[in-house]
Design a protein around this ligand. Structure first.
Ligand SMILES: [Zn+2]
Length: 81
């Protein structure tokens, strides 16, 4: 077996964990915004949406995992079906 072949890395990024919390409200974070100096802030879907225009204008990088919000219920149903 060829172990050098790259694993089928997730099509989805999976950077943010359940322990990652929104810096504004402490809900689960779904977006990580990195600024120059590699400082970063975490946002729930609600607070990222609230500041999205400003954040996109100033961020170096944005990890947006809000797809989890849409898929989690469907995937949970698939797993348990
Ligand atoms: Zn929040």
């Amino acid at each position: 077996m060829d172990t050098t072949a790259p694993a089928i890395e997730s099509l989805d990024t999976d950077t943010l964990r359940e322990v990652d919390r929104c810096d504004a409200c402490n809900a689960r974070a779904y977006v990580q915004v990195t600024f120059s100096g590699f400082r970063s802030l975490l946002f729930c879907g609600h607070h990222f949406a609230a500041g999205e225009v400003k954040l996109r204008a100033t961020a170096l990088d944005i990890t947006d995992e809000r797809w989890k919000l849409a898929l989690s219920e469907t995937q949970r149903n698939k797993v348990t079906a």
